[in-house]
Design a protein around this ligand. Structure first.
Ligand code: R5P
Length: 265
């Protein structure tokens, strides 16, 4: 691996622990003004000191992140569809294209670039091509690529499906893969030869979100790329600190929860 690529990965994945806490706030690229992100800048400001990387769109980055902040950026490169996209009555969410040029990603000083893949959908091939186009461009400039295994409504979030997606992404050359936690996650980790991070998914009670992070880390995940379970919490700073304790210090759920419980009262 060349120096630039290695350096960018080490800026995001802590070389001391081999782990990462990424804060995902890219939801608006297809969901619009997601609850908690209407004033994205104000929401993330207190969280940035606790994030190893920030996943967001270029529009949000330009408008809401002070360039003096030293947080590494994982730039969302795919887009072009929305929650109301419609293809003869069916969701057309998977019909994404690449929406940012590699030049702009470099101009924005991204540490990593990312796109979604929609395996098993009618746009599977197109989204896998988006990924390989990004990987080739990333190889050229030393920019690592994270593949996000998006799950269509018709897909089941089980080991068979998610394991298929993460392995394909890694085989195609992704440097990091983001997916969902599932039963048997350790098997997915074994069969995916690059670091795997989990999304948090919809907001659930704080202790359950910590349990989820703990199960993923215990099964061998390299970390989390969590959004709503942090920024939609009534105690977002406590939540990200608790997640960090699990990811970087190997804290148990009770210890992590003790950082949050009092803040929710
Ligand atoms: C999915 O395609 C996007 O990257 C989401 O913004 C991300 O997965 C959200 O994270 P969370 O599910 O933890 O809110």
């Amino acid at each position: 691996m060349d120096w630039g690529m290695a350096n960018r990965l080490n800026r995001m994945i802590d070389p001391q622990t081999g782990k990462i806490v990424m804060l995902a706030v890219d939801h608006g690229y297809f969901l619009g003004p997601t609850s908690g992100l209407e004033r994205l800048g104000a929401t993330i400001e207190p969280l940035l000191d606790h994030a190893d990387a920030l996943m967001l769109t270029r529009g949000a980055l330009r408008r809401w992140v002070d360039p003096a902040r030293r947080v590494p950026v994982m730039l969302r490169m795919s887009g072009g569809t929305s929650i109301v996209s419609n293809d003869n009555g069916a969701s057309a969410l998977s019909n994404e294209s690449l929406a940012v040029s590699i030049d702009d990603a470099l101009r924005l000083n991204a540490s990593g670039i990312t796109c979604s893949i929609f395996v098993g959908t009618e746009h599977e091939r197109q989204t896998l091509e988006n990924l390989t186009d990004l990987i080739d461009a990333g190889q050229h400039y030393g920019l690592p690529v994270m593949a996000v295994t998006a799950v269509g409504r018709e897909m089941v979030r089980d080991l068979r499906y998610l394991g298929l997606c993460t392995r394909i992404a890694a085989e195609l050359g992704a440097h990091i893969v983001k997916t969902y936690y599932c039963e048997g996650f350790e098997k997915l980790i074994e069969a995916t030869p690059v670091p795997v991070v989990i999304a948090g998914g919809k907001k659930i009670p704080e202790r359950e979100a910590l349990e989820l992070a703990h199960r993923a880390i215990s099964a061998g995940a390299a970390g989390v790329d969590m959004g709503r379970n942090i920024f939609q919490s009534r105690a977002p700073v406590a939540m990200i600190r608790a997640v960090r304790a699990i990811v970087h210090q190997g804290a148990g759920v009770d210890d992590a929860w003790s950082l949050v419980a009092g803040e929710l009262e």
